[in-house]
Ligand binder design. Structure first.
Ligand SMILES: [Fe+2]
Length: 189
């Protein structure tokens, strides 16, 4: 029996029961006055920062489920929504591998279903270069060990939450159809 004693690359995913409310708040949210993104130089995305307003409450059920599954205090942990923005990928747009430190929880919410040629979100294993090729070559595609990238399928209304230190990226968009997501950060308070 295999057990994982020190797991720190993990994510939570779900279709939240309030997904329609989330979709409405994000797709029709008011734009923030500040549209500067200091990290955007090394990627190509149409970015639209939204006003935070009272959007935090829409994420709370998902965050509570996430922390509960991790046995991390459940409802006793308070978080603050630190950033919320829409991402639109037009043809040839992409996002380099990055993390969201120093925030604590980050996430993506998919606004469109995955279509052929779409850019794809993936988690990147920053320890991958340390894994000897002798181990990598025997790896089956669905193995839980020794992977370099873990692909997430876009589905309208799907949320993914992860620790902000987890590295991730988005491949080049090869479709004429724009692909849309929202991203956000939370801090423990
Ligand atoms: Fe990101």
């Amino acid at each position: 029996m295999i057990e994982l004693p020190f797991l720190h690359n993990f994510f939570y995913t779900d279709i939240p029961s309030n997904k329609d409310e989330l979709l409405n708040a994000i797709e029709n949210g008011e734009l923030d006055d500040n549209q500067e993104f200091e990290w955007s130089d090394n990627c190509s995305i149409q970015l639209e920062r939204l006003k935070i307003k009272d959007n935090l409450k829409l994420f709370i059920p998902s965050i509570n489920n996430y922390l509960k599954e991790l046995k991390l205090g459940g409802d006793n942990i308070n978080v603050q929504l630190h950033g919320l923005w829409r991402n639109t990928y037009h043809k040839h747009y992409f996002q380099e591998i990055h993390d969201h430190s120093p925030h604590h929880i980050s996430g993506v919410f998919f606004l469109t279903d995955e279509q052929p040629g779409d850019s794809q979100f993936y988690f990147f294993n920053k320890q991958y270069s340390e894994i000897p090729h002798a181990w990598r070559r025997f790896r089956q595609e669905d193995s839980i060990v020794f992977g370099g990238r873990y692909w997430i399928r876009a589905q309208r209304g799907r949320i993914v939450l992860f620790p902000s230190y987890l590295m991730h990226g988005v491949t080049v968009h090869n479709s004429d159809h724009p692909r849309k997501t929202a991203s956000f950060n939370f801090d423990f308070v």
